[in-house]
Design a binder for this molecule. Structure first.
Ligand code: 3PG
Ligand code: MG
Length: 392
């Protein structure tokens, strides 16, 4: 797939509609993580530098086509202005009139597009209304590209369209990780449930050389191979599915790494008394909450042999200490290998990024995606409608 970038467009004197994803976490009216806002700054600045007027289009939360005041994008404006180092004009009514008053050098943000039912319906009429506000369309919202909405899909067909800096960066990093990677490729996939990642696992075993399975998901695979996982989180009804994925992996030459030793506890809480046992020795009244040190050594060995790593999901119950140990240790090893120039490491997904940040490893990864759901769909091998609409 090929797409245009900002460098291919004449932006001078143009009103540029820029789809961004500033769906950021907010607590007590304050943005608690500005990553997504910070990452769109280069696009906005480059448009300004080229003489264009950026008009930002975005959503916040899921108001389902109705005006929900608590979901106003107005509350994001202070953080956005701070990141850009200039005031942002917030437009919450009569779009046309307000846009007509913008001058060169201004940056504007429209109110939450999802207040209008036309946005999620990918409605042509709504997209046409948006199209009248600008001359050029830029999509910089990779993390919303799995949604076929008016501002991510329909609008791209109505104006000259291109990818913003962040979108281009995401697409090229992801291509290096799975599209056209240096081999061997290791994928680390963790998280609670196999059921949410079936398509992803099934796609990955065709593409990667080693698949590390961790977290609650690993229990389902262990149980499916006949190991007693005690009271562990486990989807026993997916045993056959897990065996099918393992068989497909064997057929495609993908090695699956499951935990060899595990950290078990009797209760799911921070600081719970725990012990490390061989995987096949999980006591009947205990639950597996993390991978053990032998497992980590095994994963690190695979990373040392690899050229590329793609990571989604924690290896244990990383949100409660000390059951974040395996995730932290493996993340640190990946970060070190990356810093030494031995590994290309790409990570994505909401929990994953939180876990890598907590491990202090995110900064050393080659690329950390801003995407949650879109990253998963991309790992599933799906075509993202927002990306497809940009290609020509
Ligand atoms: C996200 O936060 O993953 C994106 O902004 C998409 O939001 P959505 O899941 O509500 O479509
Ligand atoms: Mg989401």
């Amino acid at each position: 797939m090929a797409w245009k970038t900002l460098d291919d467009m004449d932006l001078n004197g143009k009103r540029v509609l820029v789809r961004v994803d500033i769906n950021v976490p907010v607590a007590d009216g304050k943005v608690t993580d500005t990553t997504r806002i910070d990452r769109i700054v280069p696009t906005v600045k480059d448009i300004l530098a080229a003489g264009g007027t950026p008009i930002l289009l975005a959503h916040f939360d899921r108001p389902k086509g109705k005006v929900v005041p608590e979901m106003s994008l107005g509350q994001i404006v202070p953080a956005l202005s701070a990141a850009l180092g200039q005031d942002v004009t917030f437009i919450d009514g009569n779009y046309g009139e307000a846009v007509g008053k913008l001058a060169a050098g201004d940056v504007a943000l429209l109110e939450n597009l999802r207040f209008n039912p036309g946005e999620e319906a990918n409605d042509d009429g709504f997209a046409k209304r948006l199209a009248t506000l600008g001359d050029i369309y830029v999509n910089d919202a990779f993390s919303a590209a799995h949604r076929a909405h008016a501002s991510t899909e329909a609008l791209a067909h109505l104006l000259p369209a291109c990818a913003g800096r962040l979108m281009a960066e995401e697409l090229s990093a992801l291509d290096k990780a799975l599209g056209n990677p240096d081999r061997p490729v290791v994928a680390v996939v963790g998280g609670a449930k196999v059921s949410t990642k079936l398509d992803l696992l099934s796609n990955l075993v065709e593409k990667v050389d080693v698949l590390v399975i961790g977290g609650g998901m690993a229990n389902t695979f262990l149980a499916a191979s006949g190991i007693d996982v005690g009271k562990s989180l486990c989807e026993h009804d997916l045993a056959q599915t897990a065996r099918d994925i393992a068989a497909k992996a064997a057929e495609k030459g993908c090695a699956i790494l499951l935990p060899r030793d595990v950290v078990v506890a009797r209760e799911f809480k921070a600081g719970a008394a725990n012990e490390t046992v061989k995987t096949e020795d999980c006591p009947a009244d205990a639950m597996i909450l993390d991978a053990g040190p032998d497992s980590v050594a095994h994963i690190v060995q695979a990373l040392e042999r690899a050229k590329t790593l793609v990571w989604n999901g924690p290896l244990g119950a990383f949100e409660i200490e000390p059951f974040n140990a395996a995730t932290n240790a493996a993340a640190k090893a990946a970060a070190d290998l990356t810093r030494d120039g031995k590994l290309i490491s790409v990570a994505g997904g909401g929990d994953t990024v939180a876990a890598l940040n907590a491990a202090g490893a995110a900064d050393d990864f080659s690329y950390v995606s801003t995407a949650g759901g879109a990253f998963l769909e991309w790992m599933e091998g799906k075509t993202l409608p927002g990306v497809a609409a940009l290609s020509h």
